[in-house]
Design a protein around this ligand. Structure first.
Ligand SMILES: [Zn+2]
Length: 313
């Protein structure tokens, strides 16, 4: 089973589509072309990694382009053999003003719907609030996301620079709005910050899933707490390697999570930047960390339980 629960729409823009969209939008071609502007050649650092993702941001200002990118992202997911894809994106980054936030969400969910109809693969959108945006902006984003609950948006997330913007409490009202609308809640936490940030995301924001959570293993007490409470950790090994968060893919804590009894699900984070897909991430668990059929069955079950869409069990 291939269930992708951590993947950013901004990290799924095909270089060929970027080239076409740039031509019609009159954007200059970056030096070396779009393939080079979007893809990483290998492991880098977070700044370089994020710059590659951000190279696609101008395209989302066109609603037609956002819709096309979303449709193609679902088609690419289906082509890789996914059974379900959750796509997250930060609409406030792409909107010109408050009203634009809902317009971006409408375009993306429409594109995803088209992709799912064409391929038969279910998908769900996760709207991301951003740490560097004001709590007021994130509340606006949450209210816009809530309007699409049941019509394409299934979840709410907090993304962005955890070291520069560690505080979660200011964003609590946004998450209260999202949860009241019935959206599932995940949060990028303990990715760059300490283990305790994961517990805060659960207790303050109501997260049931933690994005990356790589530093959870640094604190045995928080690690045990994750296992006991059944919090789901979304792991994306190649991405953590390519951002420089870990020195090699073998340094990823996937096996330590498994051994501690923490429930894991998989994501590919930004596959156009890393050149991987979910099958590659699953292969890493098998080849590098010797995950057994039983371990993989646990991931499948956790994925079905944790998906923000009801999937057939
Ligand atoms: Zn992410």
């Amino acid at each position: 089973m291939l269930v992708n629960l951590h993947s950013h729409l901004e990290g799924r823009v095909r270089p060929s589509t970027a080239a076409e969209l740039a031509t019609s939008a009159g954007l200059p071609t970056p030096e070396g072309g779009w393939e080079r502007a979007i893809r990483l050649e290998g492991p880098a650092d977070l700044t370089v990694y994020l710059a590659k993702v951000a190279s696609t941001y101008p395209f989302f200002r066109s609603l037609d382009a956002a819709r096309r990118i979303a449709r193609e992202a679902v088609e690419d997911g289906a082509a890789c053999g996914l059974d379900y894809l959750e796509l997250r994106f930060g609409p406030a980054t792409h909107a010109e003003h408050d009203r634009g936030i809902a317009d971006v969400i409408a375009a993306v969910t429409e594109g995803m719907r088209e992709g799912s109809l064409a391929t038969g693969m279910p998908s769900g959108a996760v709207v991301a609030a951003l740490r560097h945006h004001s709590p007021a902006t994130n509340e606006t984003v949450a209210r816009a996301a809530a309007r699409f609950a049941g019509t394409g948006v299934v979840g709410f997330d907090l993304a962005g620079d955890e070291l520069l913007y560690p505080a979660l409490a200011p964003h609590r009202p946004a998450f209260d709005i999202a949860r009241a609308a019935g959206l599932g809640v995940t949060c990028h936490a303990a990715e760059a910050g300490p283990a305790e940030a994961a517990r805060e995301a659960v207790e303050l924001l109501g997260a049931t899933r933690i994005g990356h959570g790589a530093h959870i293993v640094d604190d045995p007490e928080v690690l045990r707490w994750c296992a006991e409470t059944g919090v789901i950790v979304e792991v994306c090994p190649t991405s953590n390697w390519y951002t420089g968060a870990i020195a090699s893919v073998a340094a990823h804590p996937a096996a330590r999570f498994r051994d501690a009894g923490v429930r894991l699900v998989l994501g590919d984070d930004n596959p156009m930047q890393t050149g991987t897909d979910l099958r590659d991430e699953r292969d890493i668990l098998i080849d590098v960390f010797e995950f057994t059929a039983h371990d993989l069955a646990n991931i499948d079950q956790a994925s079905l339980d944790a998906a923000f869409t009801d999937l057939p069990h």
